[in-house]
Design a protein around this ligand. Structure first.
Ligand SMILES: Cc1cc2nc3c(=O)[nH]c(=O)nc-3n(C[C@H](O)[C@H](O)[C@H](O)COP(=O)(O)O)c2cc1C
Length: 195
């Protein structure tokens, strides 16, 4: 018997990612998002949801571009800071000791110190209520060589990304490897075919 908790945001896990953008004067800004995730493979897209009160909301509306910066565990303080302070009043890059690099392909900066960066063009904006979802088409992915694993793919074990828990507002690291996708379930598929 399950206990009903009502309509809440308890989907586990959510990421702790940082959306970087330029304001109207070209000042770089960075804000932390947890309400975000991949949302299409072809074209490759990611969705991030922002409250319209954030400076980043204004910036994404104006520039129609952002980068999604995926931090390592060692960046957890900077990630939290980018989710507390507003670029409307402060230069978060300077305060957090982060380096803004102009993206080659989109009108947004990326964070040099974060190992994995997705450069995104806003292709759709969906008003949902308190949050507005920005769908960004991923036009390039940039990664530090140090986090590349087999076949030059960014490795989750080398990046060690941060997980955000909506229940206790805690930051967590990744857990252990459980199995190979599209493979570990095959045993059950084979068994069901026997019946
Ligand atoms: C872990 C964490 C996750 C957050 N996730 C979101 C989110 O998904 N959407 C959002 O609008 N704000 C989110 N916030 C709050 C914003 O990051 C915060 O309002 C920030 O100050 C906005 O900065 P800006 O005004 O420079 O854009 C989050 C904050 C933290 C600490």
């Amino acid at each position: 018997m399950k206990k009903s908790l009502g309509p809440q945001m308890f989907a586990h896990p959510t990421p702790a990612w940082v959306v970087a953008n330029y304001d109207q004067d070209g000042k770089p800004n960075a804000t932390t998002v947890a309400w975000a995730g991949l949302c299409s493979s072809k074209p490759p897209c990611v969705a991030v949801s922002l409250r319209d009160a954030t400076y980043s909301f204004t910036n994404l509306m104006q520039r129609r571009a952002f980068t999604l910066n995926i931090p390592s565990e060692s960046m957890v303080r900077q990630v939290d800071y980018c989710g507390i302070a507003s670029g409307r009043r402060t230069d978060k890059f300077a305060a957090a000791g982060l380096t803004a690099v102009k993206s080659d392909l989109v009108d947004a900066p990326y964070i040099e110190e974060f190992p994995l960066v997705l450069e995104c063009k806003v292709i759709q904006v969906v008003e949902l209520g308190l949050h507005t979802q920005f769908i960004g088409q991923i036009v390039d992915v940039k990664a530090d060589e140090a986090v590349l694993g087999e076949k030059n793919q960014p490795s989750i074990e080398k990046i060690r990304p941060i997980v955000f828990a909506p229940d206790n507002f805690g930051y967590y690291g990744i857990g252990r490897f459980l199995g190979q996708a599209f493979q570990i379930g095959k045993e059950l598929q084979e068994a069901s075919r026997d019946k």
